[in-house]
Design a protein around this ligand. Structure first.
Ligand code: 13P
Length: 252
């Protein structure tokens, strides 16, 4: 069955002190999680080594972005192979902040996904519609197209290294979440799209992200096609993050 995952995307937040504080709390409380959820911490790249040092506690570590090239004269970029080398198992690709603020295109995103899975990283491909697109009734079409385009270069044997995160842009950092029913409906649409591009869709974890908190996580995670969460702001608070991790139903 599908792996349940809760991933904390710290975005451009944190410090050495926060790394120390959060990883020690998460590490010590992980053992008491009985629901089999996989935890992933995704700090800013400079803090990855510090988080990796604590990852013997059992959580995975990821980067927030990687280059769409393998290596070479690309000042400021970080390759998939480097992420692996330093101890990461995951990378986000195509976060809406990258799409919007850095004008990442579907083609670049597909190239990054390709680099990631070729290097052996598990990619968390982020997709999601804007408020305008939702209001115009095109959310499902937009998100399905992002899934199809972003995963265009994945080969059959690489699907075990693919996770999708549905993050409606209007729900990110706004305090607004999709209702559990709307999120579930979109996850079903994403799974349908995955099936249509030849992925073993029933085995691909699909996470929900966008203002997930301890109080709304249980309803979201109770949905049959929501396999966990990608958490922004709440992943910077140990109590809140651990409560969200505990909200994943057990028995998988
Ligand atoms: P928030 O949880 O802060 O809304 O952020 C969600 C997100 O973008 C995670 O990648």
């Amino acid at each position: 069955m599908r792996q349940k995952i809760v991933a904390g995307n710290w975005k451009m937040n944190g410090s050495k002190a926060l790394v120390q504080q959060l990883t020690s709390r998460i590490g010590s409380e992980m053992a008491s999680l009985e629901n089999g959820v996989g935890l992933v911490i995704i700090p800013p790249a400079l803090y990855v080594p510090g988080v990796v040092e604590s990852s013997s506690a059992g959580f995975g570590v990821g980067v927030q972005n990687i280059a769409c090239w393998e290596s070479g004269a690309y000042t400021g970029e970080i390759s998939a192979a480097m992420a692996i080398d330093i101890g990461c198992a995951y990378t986000l690709v195509g976060h809406s902040e990258r799409r919007q603020l850095f004008a990442e295109t579907d083609e670049q995103i597909a190239a990054k996904v390709e680099q990631a899975v070729n290097a052996g990283l598990t990619v968390i491909l982020c997709v999601g519609e804007t408020l305008e697109q939702r209001d115009a009734g095109t959310a499902e079409r937009v998100v399905s197209a992002q899934v199809r385009a972003g995963l265009a270069n994945v080969s059959d044997d690489q699907w075990p290294n693919v996770v999708v995160a549905y993050e409606p842009v209007w729900a990110i950092g706004t305090g607004k979440t999709a209702t559990a029913e709307d999120a579930q409906a979109m996850h079903v649409a994403i799974r349908r799209e995955l099936k249509s591009i030849g992925a073993p869709a029933d085995n691909v974890s699909i996470l929900y992200g966008g203002s997930v908190k301890a109080d709304n996580a249980p309803a979201l995670f109770a949905q049959p096609d929501i396999d966990g969460g990608l958490i922004g702001g709440a992943s910077l608070k140990a109590d809140e993050f651990m409560s969200i991790c505990r909200a994943v139903p057990g028995g998988y």
